[in-house]
Write a protein that binds this ligand. Structure first.
Ligand SMILES: [Zn+2]
Ligand SMILES: [Zn+2]
Length: 279
């Protein structure tokens, strides 16, 4: 069984009820944080997961809403890990990830220096191991495998989706993307697909062109559902709602997805949890 928890279902717009885009995936005792939007560690704490307990941080792309708390994840995983020789935190993302992580470490350089000076048992900066990939297997440890493939969120490029497999079950995390063949292939036959969902029918009526632009490089609810249908997945788990779901209108979103997808449809608030079994 693979357990998915929507830690943050929000968007770049601060929302008192929704943290920024982040999803927690737990499989076989391993814990993966997929993207690290605003407020992610507070939400993770609500399900008993601390930064030091992460097996890896997976980044779909380098948009600010998906990496807003990168510094917090790096620094907190470092200062809350009390093992004498902590293993490095693997960070797996598209090309560009190393530069962003290095710049983040530089931004927190003063903090890192203060802590090393103050604590006798902190002698090195946060140990991190960065892997940049756009295609292929990126993880194969204790029965958990992770594969990545390119997605299409242009002009944001490169961007990747993740397919996590364990115990015969598989879960795909699409991130932000328009429908594309490489995502169809990555998601093919998966038990669940976690996908960003944008209400283009609403955003197209917003007067600001900058808001309308959001439609260019995301999938609508119906497009995400059509991807799920083409790939033949068991469940579509929508997240990263733009605009935020108005309380009471969940069924409207569900109905839009059901016009294109005949499987199980999941959506909800932060901390919505789905147990994915192999079919
Ligand atoms: Zn994005
Ligand atoms: Zn986004």
């Amino acid at each position: 069984m693979i357990e998915i928890t929507l830690l943050g279902t929000g968007s770049p717009i601060p929302d008192p009820n929704r943290a920024g885009p982040s999803t927690l995936v737990r499989a076989g005792g391993q814990v993966f944080l997929v993207d690290c939007g605003r407020g992610v560690l507070q939400r993770a704490a609500a399900v008993g997961v601390g930064a030091a307990g992460l097996s890896a941080l997976l980044l779909t792309h380098l948009h600010s809403d998906h990496i807003a708390e990168l510094g917090d994840v790096i620094i907190t995983s470092w200062v809350t890990n009390f093992s004498p020789d902590p293993a490095p935190l693997p960070i797996i993302g598209p090309p560009g990830t190393a530069a962003v992580v290095q710049a983040t470490l530089k931004a927190f350089g003063h903090d890192i220096g203060y802590r090393i000076a103050h604590h006798a048992d902190l002698n090195t900066p946060p140990p991190i191991e960065i892997h940049e990939n756009t295609d292929g297997t990126v993880w194969d440890r204790d029965d958990v495998t992770i594969r990545v493939a390119p997605t299409d969120h242009r002009p944001v490029a490169p961007t990747i989706g993740f397919r996590i497999g364990y115990g015969g079950a598989s879960v795909v995390l699409a991130g932000d993307t328009v429908p594309c063949a490489t995502l169809d292939e990555l998601a093919s036959g998966a038990d669940a697909l976690v996908h960003t969902a944008i209400r283009k029918d609403i955003l197209m009526h917003v007067p600001q062109q900058r808001v309308k632009d959001v439609c260019d490089y995301h999938s609508s609810v119906q497009e995400a559902a059509a991807t799920a249908q083409r790939a033949g997945v068991g469940s579509l788990i929508m997240t990263h709602y733009v605009p935020a779901i108005v309380p009471g209108q969940e069924n409207q979103w569900r109905a839009l997805a059901a016009t294109e997808f005949s499987g199980q449809i999941e959506l909800g608030d932060d901390l919505h949890r789905v147990e994915v079994q192999p079919r």
